[in-house]
Design a protein around this ligand. Structure first.
Ligand SMILES: Nc1ncnc2c1ncn2[C@@H]1O[C@H](COP(=O)(O)OP(=O)(O)O)[C@@H](O)[C@H]1O
Ligand SMILES: [Mg+2]
Length: 299
């Protein structure tokens, strides 16, 4: 497999506080790697180390052909940090914003590149719209266009869809999948379990450590979580009853089905068995509703 990122025993301190502890990670080209874990667990710092924005203190690491210790500048040339660097000007149009940012980054044939991106990202009809008038979801799409101006090999997205409606999030992720199919390496942190499920590779972190890394299914399996899909009346009431249980990590209603995810223990199973017959229950292996950060995710 062709690895775009390879870290070995990477550590990072802020002052005397160690925020990354002995991280080893391989990410292959053209994959979406998701970083999940509670706030403060080191997701942003790790993605910044990989993107050349933060220098680690010890260990070894490469990002494409560059060394994360000595060639951060080169890494920054081939990466893009959508969340931090792109500030769109509200009082400029979409086109003006992109042109301004393209000039700032010395993008060759800027106008042609912008036309191409606005076309691929379905933004052409909004080119002359003032950014101020765009919805949050559309602004996100313009930010994506801006972050792709210099054709990066690695795209880093730090909780890009926080606060955006489910439908628009899904649409955004379809775009990310298309970019990954075009060999772009995508690093993304998220608190949404449906997004975690869409990642090709999932990295679960806590307190500066990498706890698990693998496919979404592997990560959920390693947590010993089980998910039950329940259909029947009054799902909202049932959702609240289940969410009161200590072993339940997450309850999500999606398409007239309640997904209850929890540690697979006797107590959860007996509560499921006690449901009246009018409820249809099925254990699902899908990670759709499985909480991959043990209670830290919402949906
Ligand atoms: N520039 C910084 N200076 C000092 N401490 C920082 C800095 N950035 C992050 N931290 C600390 O490092 C830890 C990990 O932060 P972060 O990587 O942002 O975690 P996450 O993205 O998972 O929320 C936190 O305790 C945070 O307070
Ligand atoms: Mg963060």
């Amino acid at each position: 497999m062709e690895y775009s990122i390879a870290l070995r025993g990477v550590s990072k301190f802020f002052g005397n506080r160690q925020v990354l502890k002995d991280i080893s990670l391989d990410v292959s080209v053209g994959k979406i790697t998701g970083f999940v874990g509670p706030d403060g667990s080191g997701k942003t710092t790790l993605m910044r180390v990989i993107s050349g924005l933060e220098r680690p203190d010890s260990g070894a690491g490469r990002c494409y052909s560059f060394d994360v210790f000595r060639e951060a500048e080169q890494i920054r040339q081939i990466s893009s940090d959508m969340s931090q660097n792109i500030s769109l000007s509200d009082n400029l149009t979409v086109k003006e914003n992109l042109l301004f940012l393209a000039k700032a980054r010395n993008v060759p044939y800027a106008q042609r590149r912008i036309d191409c991106l606005t076309d691929t990202l379905d933004l052409t009809h909004l080119s002359d719209e003032c950014v101020l008038h765009l919805t949050k979801a559309l602004k996100l799409r313009v930010s994506l266009a801006a972050s792709l101006l210099h054709s990066p090999a690695i795209l880093m997205l730090d909780e890009p869809t926080a606060g955006i409606a489910t439908g628009a999030r899904r649409e955004f992720w379809e775009r990310l999948e298309r970019l990954a199919a075009g060999k772009m390496t995508i690093l993304v942190s998220t608190h949404y379990s449906d997004e975690a499920e869409r990642c090709h590779h999932l990295v679960r972190m806590n307190n500066g450590r990498l706890l698990t890394s693998g496919s979404a299914q592997e990560v959920v399996h390693s947590l010993g979580l089980a998910t039950f899909a329940i259909r029947g009346p009054d799902l909202l009431k049932l959702k609240y009853q289940f969410s009161d249980l200590l072993e339940v990590e997450q309850t999500v209603i999606f398409r007239h089905t309640l997904y209850v995810t929890g540690r697979c223990c006797d107590s959860l199973l007996s509560n499921i068995r006690m449901l009246p017959l009018r409820y249809k229950v099925e254990q699902v292996s899908s990670v759709l509703a499985a909480s991959v950060t043990a209670g830290q995710m919402s949906s």
